[in-house]
Design a protein around this ligand. Structure first.
Ligand code: NAD
Length: 422
């Protein structure tokens, strides 16, 4: 029976996730009897987040924290501040975290949180107040051994510092391990800021090698030039790639000769987005999907590649930096066209992998060098992708279904071994 409190469409994040689970069931053997577990979040918390605005008025916001699965360990997943956040979206993002953490074999379940707010409308003080109140409200279910939040869209190390401080004040002891993605002075890890983009690059580099695509000279188009998109773009540019188009919430720019990130990034920081960058042509947002390129990196939001855009994409390789950027129909169209997709649940797993390193370092109070972090990250992602690739070859399935197969086997084996309580 489907859940009474959400009504997913085939294009919505939760609807997309449910179809992805259905696709993997034939490959689960006797574990399939536990598959329904994957279609129900273990725990969903909806909270009211009231704050006093700078002008003296009181505003209320909806906040969420969903723990999709705690079967393999504590919950783990980011916190998103965005005006479109809904319970259903957070459920899907939490579920994808369960799959991702299992796919790279991190000892975590999956969780996600969010506040339905446009943080760009808030002052820094208001942002701090909303973060502290939200953290207090979800404080009843998070903790270093229960559920460990991290940054996601529109949240960053400063927001994590406020979350850590609020939780610590409430429990009466400094608890650095309650969130990851913190500033370095507060138990953060070297390499965490760029880890997700690095993971996109590492998995992309491996996929490119396997399909005989040379990164030197490869044309790369990136949607979203935030934390994930900018770090990935930088690494592809360093490897000889040409960033030929970039889209963000302010517009789309293109330059067939390649955009110079050393000029573009300061422009984005100063003006808030790519729009108005002089050394490029401004193009229509929809034309982004027609840009000739070898590699396309969606690194913004969900549901960006449906069937229609998938028919137009020119790339050979799609690297899903974002969570859930491709609908099921889009995915099928890309597969029919022979375009290889490295799915989110492995492609953007670099962030949570270094979050895991941060959590381990916090507990041991012993910190690693950036080289150690990057080497271990590289090793874990390359190993995980190889395992997924072998599974895809064995069953003749897409990398997405193969990632789900590897992950779901781990999750459901743990489920079976733990048994049902009571
Ligand atoms: P961010 O807030 O740093 O950047 C988001 C980017 O998306 C910005 O460039 C913004 O302009 C752009 N954007 C927003 N709306 C857009 C629209 N309608 N059209 C085009 N561009 C738009 O966020 P981030 O942390 O880089 O996250 C991006 C994606 O990566 C999300 O799907 C997130 O869940 C996923 N992700 C992030 C992490 C992480 O460690 N930060 C880890 C795994 C996955």
């Amino acid at each position: 029976m489907s859940l009474s409190y959400v009504h997913p469409s085939p294009e919505s994040p939760w609807g997309t996730y449910l179809m992805q689970v259905d696709r993997v069931i034939p490959y689960l053997g006797s574990l399939a009897k536990w598959a329904e577990t994957l279609k129900r979040p273990k725990r969903s918390l909806i909270v009211d987040v009231p704050i006093e605005l700078d002008n003296g008025n009181v505003a209320h916001y909806e906040g969420f924290r969903v723990q999709h699965s705690l079967t393999r360990g504590p919950g783990k997943g980011g916190v998103r501040y965005h005006p479109d956040v809904t319970l259903e979206e957070v459920m899907a993002l939490a579920a994808w975290m369960t799959i991702k953490n299992a796919a790279v074999n991190l000892p975590y379940g999956g969780a996600k949180g969010g506040i339905r707010v446009d943080p760009k409308q808030l002052s820094l003080k208001e942002l701090e107040r909303i973060t502290r109140r939200y953290t207090s409200e979800i404080g009843i279910i998070i903790g270093p051994h229960q559920d460990i939040p991290a940054p996601d869209v529109n949240t960053n190390a400063q927001v994590m510092a406020w979350m850590m401080d609020t939780y610590s004040m409430n429990v009466g002891a400094t608890a650095t391990g309650v969130v990851t993605g913190k500033p370095l002075h507060l138990g953060g890890s070297l390499g965490r800021v760029k880890a997700t983009g690095r993971g996109v690059f590492v998995t992309g580099r491996e996929a490119a090698r396997r399909i005989g695509l040379n990164l030197d000279g490869a044309r790369v188009a990136v949607q979203g030039l935030g934390n994930v998109g900018s770090s990935a773009a930088e690494l592809f540019a360093q490897a000889g790639g040409k960033i030929v188009a970039v889209q963000d919430h302010t517009g789309t720019i293109a330059n067939a000769q390649g955009l110079d990130l050393a000029d573009l990034m300061p422009h984005v920081k100063a003006s808030g987005g790519v729009a108005g960058f002089q050394a490029a042509e401004a193009i229509d947002n929809e034309a982004f999907w027609d840009v000739p390129c070898e590699i396309l990196i969606p690194a913004a939001l969900e549901g960006q590649i449906g069937a229609e855009r998938a028919r137009r994409i020119k790339a050979r390789l799609v690297l899903e930096g974002a969570n859930g950027p491709t609908t099921q129909a889009g995915d099928d169209t890309l597969a029919d066209r022979g375009i290889l997709v490295v799915p989110d649940v492995i492609c953007n797993a670099g962030g949570v992998t270094v979050s895991y390193f941060e959590w381990v370092q916090d507990f041991s109070s012993f910190f690693w060098t950036e080289d150690e972090i990057n080497l271990r990250l590289d090793k874990i992602l390359v190993g995980a992708l190889k395992n997924i690739w072998d599974t895809a070859d064995r069953h003749k399935i897409t990398l997405r279904t193969a990632t789900f197969a590897v992950a779901c086997e781990r999750i459901l084996t743990a489920r079976q071994e733990r048994g049902l309580y009571p």
